[in-house]
Design a protein around this ligand. Sequence first.
Ligand code: BTN
Length: 266
Amino acid sequence: MTFTSSIYKIPIINNVIVYDETDSTNNRAKDFGKKGCVDGTLVISDCQTAGRGRIGRSFSSPSGEGIYMSLLLKPDIDENHVSMITLLSALAISRALKKYYQIDTNIKWPNDLLINGKKITGILTEKCEDFIIIGIGINVNNKAFNESLSDIATSLYLESGKEYVREILIENILKEFNVLYYSFLTEKDLKSIINDYNSKLISYDSDIYVIPYELTSRLDNTYKLQEFNLPIYHCMGIAPDGSLICRDSSGKLSLLNSGEISIRSV
Ligand code: BTN
């Protein structure tokens, strides 16, 4: 992948490192961070041999098809603000797809983007020493997925019938992220994006199962959640700190933290 100098016009970007192949761009970014690289280092790879997702899952990363990138940042924020940046990233990608390509996406809290109920994007945010890494994977020009993924994953190509220039898409996403990130650094919360985020939230104002992480990691694609006797809540959108506001059957409100649970629509 080759980038023009216009990527450096995005204020947040100070260094771009491109690989043909690596195990995981998050791993590479972490190595650069430990060696003291600059804030705003972006690592991109044409493919990954060990792309990682949340909860120890893998992220399929074939060559020439998707976007696999990790942005290293050194924001002056508390540890408990880091998860908010994941939500900002999801919104930035969703806004870029709408603004530049007229593609509508939904957000599955906290960080997956879906089109027609299938996953198009995953985000893995990691904190290490004095930096954070936002790892973004997007299914762009994939023509097909293997049997284990075809029911749950899709690509921009499969949804629109068009191919996309990944370098341009990356720049467009970073432009949107840049705007959101700088205002977040001033505000230190998500108040200003709550309405937009909730308008894209897949389970907004509907019933959800709340799944503890220990269980999420054991589930495959064939599970039936009804068998687990999980609590059902009504999803009321995100709070300014990025947690999910939920109401139980007795009317009591709780704030659910993305580090502890995941959700599924009932
Ligand atoms: C998820 O779906 O749970 C998150 C997937 C994150 C994948 C991206 S691809 C670029 C970066 N490198 C990785 O190993 N993971 C992230």
